[in-house]
Write a protein that binds this ligand. Structure first.
Ligand SMILES: [Zn+2]
Length: 197
């Protein structure tokens, strides 16, 4: 498992940088800026107070086929959890000897904690707070600053929150990268989790 050994040696912030670099709108952006945003989003997610989820959890199959682990949809508030991908991720934890980082059952728990962040950012004021923390100023009007959206930052924050909330030794980003490596036909966009539709 040379490839996943290499993955484990990559730190969590670097995974965040890679996620941003692979996200449209960030092509050609300075690597240091991406690293700054990845760091800010990680700290934001780790510090974010958990909010109770109102979403219904629906367990589904067919996640591996579509490269999905879990997905939050807002109307109605629903978390789709792809049980085949969860099982594959749990198996990868064992295959790679990562159980001390991801205790049994933590993939499901982390997925739910992750999606709860999307839910919280969708409904609450945390989204504006994340934007302000990232400090991507797109317009200045006198003393007023307008902060732009940083694509991918919410995703990094959700992973960081899941790591803290579930007491994981490493970010679920490592596991996401391992899933993408294991599914060799997925050569781009190593996101085992779906965006909100
Ligand atoms: Zn997500």
């Amino acid at each position: 498992m040379t490839t996943t050994v290499g993955l484990a040696a990559t730190d969590d912030i670097e995974f965040g940088v890679r996620l941003l670099a692979a996200t449209p709108t960030h092509e050609g952006r300075d690597r240091e800026l991406l690293r700054h945003w990845a760091t800010v989003a990680t700290e934001f997610g780790a510090r974010l107070a958990p909010a109770p989820s109102r979403a219904r959890v629906v367990e589904r199959d067919g996640g591996l086929e579509h490269g999905l682990l879990a997905r939050y949809t807002s109307r109605p508030a629903t978390v789709e959890l792809y049980t085949d991908t969860v099982a594959r991720a749990e198996a990868l934890v064992d295959e790679n000897g990562w159980r001390h980082w991801y205790p049994a059952g933590s993939v499901r728990a982390a997925a739910l904690a992750h999606e709860a962040v999307h839910e919280q950012l969708h409904h609450g004021t945390a989204k504006a707070a994340l934007k302000e923390a990232l400090g991507h100023v797109v317009l200045r009007l006198g003393r007023r600053r307008l902060y732009g959206h940083v694509a991918g930052a919410e995703e990094i924050a959700a992973h960081a929150h899941a790591r803290t909330a579930c007491g994981l030794g490493r970010s679920p980003l490592l596991l996401t990268a391992a899933l993408a490596t294991a599914g060799a036909h997925h050569t781009t966009a190593p996101h085992a989790h779906g965006r909100e539709k």
